[in-house]
Design a protein around this ligand. Structure first.
Ligand SMILES: [Ca+2]
Length: 273
C-alpha cells in the first residue's frame, strides 16, 4: 500500500534577537527622583511625578530604550523612554503615576529597565487627605478644555496665577460663551462658600484676561440652582458665600471674560461655610 506522505509547509521564521541592544547599553545608568513617589487616589489630585534619567557612562554616544513597567494598580503616563545619549550627560524625561479613586494605601513599584540595568522605584499610595476645600482633587467637569490646558487644572490645589500654564484651565471655544466649569461629587457634599481665582498675573491681570460675568450654580437631584450672579468682575480672587446646603455638583456658568476670548480659571474652591 502506498502511503502518502503529507508535506507540511513549515513557515520560515526569521530569527531576530529579542532586543537589539546597543553595545553601550551596559554602560547606561538609570536614575529616578524622588524616591519613593507618593500618589493620592483622587481623580484630579496632582499625579505622582517622577523624573527619569539615563546617563551614558561609556566612551561613545549611544541610543538607549528605557522600559517602564508597573503594578496593574498604577496608571503610567509612559511605558518607554528612548533617547540618544551623549557621553556623560544626564538625559531626563517625566513620568506621571496615578491610581483610581478608592485604591487602598499600599506600596507598589515602577520598574525601569535598560538592557541589563534595572531600577525599582517605590510608589506609595497615600490615604485621601482631610480637605477643607471639598473640590480639591475631585472630578472636574467642563464644557470644553483647550488642548494646552488640563481639565483638572482648576481643582489641583494650585491657585498661583504665575503658574497658570501648568495649573490652570480654560475652555476651547474662543469668543463663544457660555462656558461651564465645576465638579461632580461622588456623594452629597455641604458647601456654603465658593472661592474663584481667575487669571491675575503680572503679565495677564484679571481686568484684562480674567472672567467677567458668571453665575455660581449648585445641583441637587438634577436641578441646577443659581446662588450668585457676578457681573463686571475685574478682580482676581472672589469669595461668594450663601446658605450652606448639601449638593451633588457645583459649577460656574461663564458668560464673558474681560478679553471676550477664553474663560480662565486658575483655581475653584468650595468650603462648607
Ligand atoms: Ca490650579
Amino acid at each position: 500500500m502506498l502511503r502518502r506522505i503529507a508535506l507540511v509547509a513549515v513557515p520560515l521564521t526569521l530569527v531576530v534577537p529579542a532586543v537589539a541592544v546597543a553595545s553601550g547599553n551596559n554602560q547606561v545608568e538609570i536614575s529616578a527622583t524622588p524616591q519613593p513617589v507618593e500618589v493620592v487616589p483622587l481623580p484630579c489630585f496632582p499625579a505622582g511625578k517622577l523624573t527619569l534619567g539615563m546617563t551614558n557612562t561609556g566612551r561613545k554616544p549611544t541610543i538607549a530604550d528605557l522600559r517602564v513597567a508597573g503594578d496593574v494598580a498604577l496608571t503610567l503616563s509612559r511605558h518607554q523612554f528612548s533617547s540618544y545619549l551623549p557621553v556623560d550627560q544626564l538625559v531626563k524625561a517625566p513620568l506621571e503615576v496615578t491610581v483610581p479613586r478608592g485604591t487602598a494605601p499600599a506600596t507598589y513599584s515602577v520598574d525601569l529597565t535598560v538592557g541589563k540595568q534595572h531600577l525599582q522605584v517605590p510608589v506609595v499610595i497615600k490615604p485621601v487627605p482631610a480637605r477643607d476645600n471639598v473640590l480639591l482633587g475631585e472630578q472636574a467637569v467642563a464644557s470644553s478644555t483647550n488642548g494646552n490646558m488640563r481639565l483638572c487644572g482648576g481643582v489641583d490645589g494650585n491657585a498661583a496665577s504665575e503658574q497658570w500654564g501648568a495649573s490652570g484651565w480654560h475652555d476651547n471655544t474662543k469668543g463663544v460663551f457660555p462656558d461651564t466649569y465645576g465638579v461632580d461629587f461622588v456623594q452629597p457634599t455641604t458647601i456654603g462658600r465658593v472661592v474663584l481665582q481667575t487669571l491675575d498675573s503680572t503679565k495677564y491681570p484679571a481686568a484684562v484676561m480674567g472672567v467677567r460675568d458668571f453665575d455660581v450654580q449648585l445641583r441637587n437631584n438634577d436641578v441646577w440652582t443659581t446662588v450668585e450672579e457676578v457681573r463686571g468682575n475685574t478682580t482676581g480672587r472672589l469669595v461668594i458665600t450663601f446658605e450652606p446646603r448639601a449638593v451633588d455638583a457645583v459649577q460656574l456658568v461663564i458668560h464673558d471674560s474681560n478679553d471676550h476670548g477664553y474663560s480662565r480659571i486658575v483655581e475653584l474652591e468650595a468650603y462648607a461655610n
